[in-house]
Design a protein around this ligand. Structure first.
Ligand code: A2P
Length: 331
């Protein structure tokens, strides 16, 4: 297999560190490896595959050296400025921020769902929002089989999705300290407020789920609504997903469709208290689906409970899977 030169931008962050872990686990064929972050952490070191790497400050010249693939997770403004510079130098950027996701020139990819979209990239590929990724893994096989008419998302999102600062707010909040990242205490609380509020009274996180679902499923006018909530959980997002289909379905068959789809583990044995749990999903790459039951209030509806590690499948793992797809096509 061809070896690549690979850079991680934002390597010191929550997702950045997980990039390193997942790259190690999946043993990507890497020739030269670079870790980049802001001037604040330049000169510090990170261990990768048993070797120490010095963190470089990200600058306009970081991509003067030959880099084939760069995994970015350093915020939207950093991606806005530096992803095009990297792409101009022939590097393929896989960007975890929201900056490029809805750009019509940029594919938005979940490898189990729309790997074919990788092919038309022009140097930047966007990693979807964490909540969208896990929902897409569950919904794509159902859309293929029964054609989705409408989706209602209600999310229960972990604080790690808000980076180190979000994690600290819960950890310190449990000791009685005031929040620094969130507008209210997150310990013993649920905040129906993720990202900024928009003119239509939705939050941007909710609109990201709506826009990104339509783009990834290639259904521009799909009916989707969402309420996204931050809950006092460190790792893994949980989602209630209500789906209405155009076509009738048999529930056992629908469960089999999900069971046979890539990236999904069914945990659905309510009599034995078996259903997906954030605590169990943390540290894993799969999307866990359970509480599968007919929505008896509509003709062809189903309710799902979908849980995944938001930092792994919701961010780092998904990006590394995209990198693996790219590398496999390089031969
Ligand atoms: P640094 O550690 O030097 O601040 P998180 O969202 O988990 O807090 O992580 C954010 C990541 O993005 C960190 O690695 C951070 O680096 C990096 N980052 C933030 N701003 C910049 C910037 N202007 N240039 C490069 N990296 C940045």
């Amino acid at each position: 297999m061809k070896k690549v030169n690979l850079a991680v931008v934002g390597a010191t962050g929550m997702v950045g560190r997980t990039f390193l872990k997942v790259l190690e686990e999946r043993q990507l064929p890497i020739e030269n490896f670079y870790v980049m972050a802001s001037a604040r952490s330049a000169g510090s070191t990170l261990t990768f595959n048993g070797k120490e790497y010095v963190v470089e400050e990200l600058t306009e010249h970081s991509f003067d050296k030959p880099i084939d693939i760069a995994l970015f997770s350093a915020g939207g403004s950093t991606s806005a400025k530096f992803a095009p510079i990297a792409a101009e130098h022939g590097c393929i950027v896989i960007d975890n921020s929201a900056q490029w996701r809805m750009d019509p020139e940029v594919p938005l990819v979940v490898p189990e769902v729309n790997p074919e979209d990788i092919e038309w990239n022009k140097g930047i590929i966007a990693n979807p929002n964490c909540s969208t990724i896990q929902a897409m893994v569950a919904l794509k096989p159902l859309d293929d089989k029964y054609k989705i008419k409408r989706v209602v998302y209600s999310t229960y999102q972990a604080v790690s999705g808000a980076g180190v600062a979000g994690w600290n707010d819960l950890e310190n909040g449990l000791k009685g300290e005031a929040p620094k990242k969130f507008p209210h205490p997150i310990a013993n609380n649920c905040l129906p407020h993720i990202d900024v509020f928009m003119d239509n009274r939705y939050t941007k996180e909710e609109m990201k789920m709506i826009w990104e679902t339509r783009k990834i499923l290639h259904h521009d006018d799909l009916k989707v609504t969402a309420t996204t909530v931050r809950v006092p959980v460190f790792d893994s997002h949980s989602e209630s997903i209500n789906v209405e289909f155009e076509n009738p379905f048999d529930l056992d068959e629908l469960i089999d469709v999900l069971r046979n789809a890539p990236g999904i583990v069914i945990e659905d044995d309510p009599e034995n208290n078996v259903y997906p749990l954030a605590l169990n999903a943390a540290g894993h790459d799969e999307v866990y689906v359970g509480r599968i039951r007919r929505d008896e209030s509509v003709e062809n509806g189903v309710n799902l409970w979908v849980v995944a590690d938001n930092i792994r499948k919701g961010a780092a793992t998904n990006a590394v899977q995209i990198a693996q797809e790219i590398i496999s096509k390089m031969q």
